[in-house]
Write a protein that binds this ligand. Structure first.
Ligand code: ATP
Ligand code: MG
Length: 403
């Protein structure tokens, strides 16, 4: 089969293939870019595999960077683009169910394709668009089937992360999982505990951020993969509530964690522990701790203008997609936010300096306390955002401060 015409992303990389070919080496486009081009999906990184050893790749091109030289990856710099060129390799001895002990560089494309995870990820394409398809990946692509290359039991035993990759690709591609592949995951799900949490996290977030997240999530639950993930062992029923979510395009990672935290049946303190166990970032943890209470108030119809003000526009963009996914109505939320009398501290008609001018005896933390009181009153609509009105309000309401 031949892909013609070659999409522009591949055209731009043709000089790399030609240069390697001219020096007598084989070179192919491989992996996700070939799969996505055949599916007419958006193409991400164009990766190249070659029979040239890393030192040979470096001798062919003027400008290269040793990106992952021990794994055979060299980045080739062209005038405007850069491409990762990886030597054909096999990953012979696996121990501990994760990453190979060492990789062996080989000259055979077949050996390289054999070690890849799924048939649709094991296609290679030459400079003419001619596809090498050794594992019936084209047929699987056509029928939207995700199937492990070779014997699934062996492949997941070799590298347990592939089980998370399976559910991730299922969500991203909206493919059906081949039954033997699914059974092997159900059988080996426990091996996932051998994999570094950071790597599980990346696949989990990709799965949950994808449009068809419910497909991968269902397999994640059905195969018991979730029981091998941090803090999820007793959360199966809670996680399953997300299957009823409305599908929606591309959540950001912060939103993914907010959605998951909202589904869990955990007290607030335990949510923080859960997030740490997953090695989430500080930003993700902060977003969740600020937004989870707000999400609960939306559900209970107790959301105040002060809640909206303290969340702020940036956090609301994280919150709204999640709330909508959960079937909560947020149409009024944006209008309500827009109509707040203030959106940030500097919108207030007075500042700390105004307070000291008005009330010279007020000092230190009391200045902040008065500003806070004024801000709350203005946001709540109790007082107009006007200096005179605020002064009058403070004179009436500043308890414990002698003005
Ligand atoms: P994406 O669009 O997310 O980049 P991708 O298919 O390119 O999808 P990558 O994680 O970039 O996925 O990996 C590139 C290719 O390397 C895969 O298509 C697959 O052929 C191979 N691969 C990556 N990880 C593994 C693994 N753990 N086991 C086997 N093959 C793998
Ligand atoms: Mg990729």
């Amino acid at each position: 089969m031949q892909l013609s015409p070659l999409p522009s992303e591949f055209q731009a990389a043709l000089p790399v293939l030609s240069a390697l070919n001219d020096h007598g080496y084989e070179a192919y486009f491989v992996g996700g870019a070939v799969r996505d081009a055949l599916l007419h999906d958006r193409i991400h990184d164009v990766d190249i595999a070659t029979s040239a050893y890393p030192a040979e790749v470096k001798s062919v091109f003027r400008r290269t960077v040793d990106t992952g030289i021990q794994h055979g990856t060299v980045t080739v710099l062209l005038d405007h683009d850069q491409y990762e060129v990886t030597t054909f390799r096999t990953e012979s001895t696996y121990q501990d169910f994760r990453r190979p002990d060492h990789v062996t560089f080989v000259r055979s494309l077949k050996e390289d394709l054999k070690r890849r995870d799924f048939t649709v990820n094991a296609l290679a394409m030459d400079q003419h668009g001619e596809i090498t398809d050794l594992f019936a990946g084209l047929s699987d692509l056509q029928h939207h089937i995700l199937r492990a290359v070779g014997k699934p039991e062996e492949r997941f035993h070799e590298d347990a992360l592939r089980m998370m990759r399976a559910v991730r690709f299922q969500s991203q591609l909206a493919f059906t999982l081949d039954p033997a592949t699914e059974q092997a995951i159900a059988h080996h799900h426990g091996l996932l505990t051998k994999i570094a949490v950071e790597r599980i996290n990346m696949e989990f977030v990709k799965m949950m951020a994808a449009k068809d997240r419910r497909l991968g999530l269902k397999t994640f639950l059905d195969t018991q993969l979730f029981t091998a993930c941090p803090g999820m062992d007793d959360q199966g029923a809670a996680l399953a509530t997300m299957l009823a979510d409305k599908p929606q395009l591309l959540l950001q990672s912060g939103s993914v964690w907010l959605r998951v935290a909202a589904a869990l049946t955990l007290p607030e303190k335990a949510v923080e522990r859960f997030m740490r166990a997953w090695k989430t970032t500080n930003t993700e943890r902060r977003q969740v701790s600020q937004l989870l209470p707000i999400l609960k108030k939306i559900t209970a119809h107790h959301l105040t203008d002060w809640d909206l003000y303290t969340a702020g526009a940036d956090l609301l963009t994280v919150l709204v997609p999640v709330a909508e996914q959960m079937g909560l109505t947020t149409a009024a939320l944006a209008t309500r936010y827009q109509q707040l009398p203030l959106h940030q501290a500097r919108d207030l008609a007075i500042s700390g300096r105004t307070i000291t001018e008005w009330f010279p005896q007020v000092q230190g933390p009391q200045i902040g306390a008065l500003l806070h009181l004024a801000t709350q009153a203005v946001v709540a609509g109790q007082v107009p955002n006007d200096a005179g009105a605020i002064r009058h309000f403070l004179e009436q309401h500043a308890e414990g401060v002698s003005l």
